[in-house]
Design a protein around this ligand. Structure first.
Ligand code: URQ
Ligand code: ZN
Ligand code: ZN
Length: 480
């Protein structure tokens, strides 16, 4: 399959250029001016718009079994919705139950993901510890292309990793050359506050943010940062929602520590007033953790993105429909936590980031694709329009508008946290593996076309350099 995208401006994280893009058999084979169209090539006219790397959403939970139910979005519908919105790869999560064999859980998730329409990979959560988990982490990095391990510091009594698990797992990740990621909320404090709030007779969704104040997130972020610092392992903090966690990341990065921060499109644009809405279903639809925060946190998060203290954007796409959310009708702690966004992430970030002047188009590419590719060792296969990269890209019309709505989105959920938002600047075409998967409203995804993408650890490189240094062969290496 040969595809020529012409007449556009190619936008990468580092530079923009007027250029055509030629793809062949799923790879980019040429980027340059006035490229010839090989006979039989499909031609797409970018119409003066932008041609950008396909989005990478490093944080989704398709068909996640959670809090007594299963997320309503599966891997095919979710990756299709992502493709409609310009995202061509997701990194999802294997989340073993405590005491569940980690490799068995990994293989289960791999089975579920085979229906994906676009490429995918997995972070693996460490929710318990014994020698078998230690062993499994090695097997996953060596044989299954996993280079990132997740730790939920929240969800006590379920999947919470206490400090002993954090220390054991972080230490093992360091040995393997993997990166550690955390959901940073102090699960003990959350459990205590939940009970206190219920004891006061508050059972509605308004109790959710009350039980997870931003200090609870800031403490956990700082604790994870300090543990990672002592154990000398890189750290990635998912869904930073507040000033306190941003401050912890900023301090660590200013000290030169290898810490990365992710922010959700939702946390940049939705505030905590949603929990005080008079309609129970509306408020419950916004129950996710960490919760949406008061407005001052959003401005700080935007500044964190602009300052480079937050590197990636994601959605934490974890959908539950109203009947599922109603499981918590008499007790907010039983409302399944999660909201959607995989289809809208890039649109809302372009409108509120680029159109507002907060971000350049190059910075937009960095935070929606390139940075995640680099942090999780997918670059330059992913996250860039360059010869040899996968042919995952989108054609972007900066003048085209859409109104976001559950009535028109492709996400398999009956709610949209961006409902009614008018955004200007959206993709007209999405290409994945060199195939057009979306064009001007026409969805062309194919069930099962997505591939599992291995993510090598950094250890081989690191070990080689370490051994070279130890064997004093630097000179030879430099001469080569
Ligand atoms: O905590 C997460 O990231 C998962 C369980 C999705 N739910 C959520 O509220 N963020
Ligand atoms: Zn989380
Ligand atoms: Zn999550």
């Amino acid at each position: 399959m040969t595809l020529l995208i012409r007449g556009g401006t190619v936008v990468n994280a580092d530079q923009s250029q007027r250029a055509d893009v030629l793809t062949e058999a799923g790879k980019i084979v040429a980027v340059g001016a006035d490229l010839e169209a090989p006979s039989g090539a499909e031609i797409i006219d970018a119409g003066g718009g932008y041609v950008m790397p396909g989005g990478i959403d490093p944080h989704t939970h398709m068909e996640l079994p959670f809090m007594g139910t299963v997320a309503s979005e599966d891997f095919f519908s979710g990756t299709t919705a992502g493709a409609v919105g310009g995202t061509t790869m997701i990194i999802d999560f294997v989340i073993p139950n405590p005491q569940q064999d980690v490799i068995e859980a990994y293989k289960t998730w791999r089975g579920w993901a085979e229906k994906s329409a676009t490429d995918y990979s997995f972070h693996v959560a460490i929710t318990w510890w014994d020698d078998s988990v230690h062993e499994a982490m090695g097997t996953l990095t060596r044989d299954f292309g996993v280079n990132s391990f997740k730790h939920f510091m929240a969800y006590k009594g379920a999947i919470m990793a206490d400090d002993e698990i954090l220390v054991n797992s972080f230490r093992r990740a360091r040995e393997l050359g993997a990166i550690c990621t955390v959901h940073a909320e102090n699960g003990e404090l959350v459990a205590h506050l939940q009970q206190e709030i219920l004891n006061q007779g508050i059972t509605g969704p308004e109790g959710h943010p009350m039980s997870r104040p931003s200090q609870v997130e800031g403490e956990a972020a700082n604790r994870a940062i300090r543990i990672a610092q002592v154990l000398n392992v890189p750290l990635y903090i998912v869904h930073n929602s507040c000033i306190e966690s941003l401050e912890a990341i900023t301090r660590a990065r200013n000290e030169g520590q290898r810490v990365f921060g992710e922010v959700l499109a939702g946390h940049l644009l939705v505030d905590d007033s949603v929990y005080r809405h008079k309609d129970w279903d509306y408020a419950a639809a916004h129950v996710m953790s960490p919760p949406f925060r008061p407005r001052q946190h959003q401005e700080a998060l935007w500044r964190g993105l602009q300052a480079g203290m937050l590197q990636t954007t994601a959605t934490d796409h974890c959908c539950f429909c109203a009947p599922q959310k109603r499981a918590g009708h008499n007790n907010f702690t039983q409302i399944p936590n999660g909201t959607g966004g995989v289809e809208d992430r890039m649109h809302v970030l372009w409108h509120h980031g680029v159109n507002s002047g907060r971000l350049t188009v190059n910075e937009f590419v960095a935070i929606t694709s390139t940075n995640a590719a680099k942090i999780f060792n997918l670059y330059p296969r992913k996250g860039v329009i360059a010869v040899g990269a996968d042919a995952d890209l989108s054609v972007w019309d900066p003048a085209l508008e859409r109104t976001i709505s559950k009535d028109t989105h492709h996400q398999n959920v009956d709610f949209n946290i961006f409902e009614g938002m008018i955004v200007r600047g959206i993709n007209t075409v999405t290409v994945a593996q060199g195939q057009v998967v979306y064009q001007d409203g026409d969805v062309r995804t194919v069930r099962g076309a997505g591939r599992y993408v291995d993510r090598p650890t950094f250890a081989p490189y690191y070990d080689a350099m370490q051994k070279a240094a130890e064997q004093q062969v630097w000179r030879a290496v430099e001469r080569v």
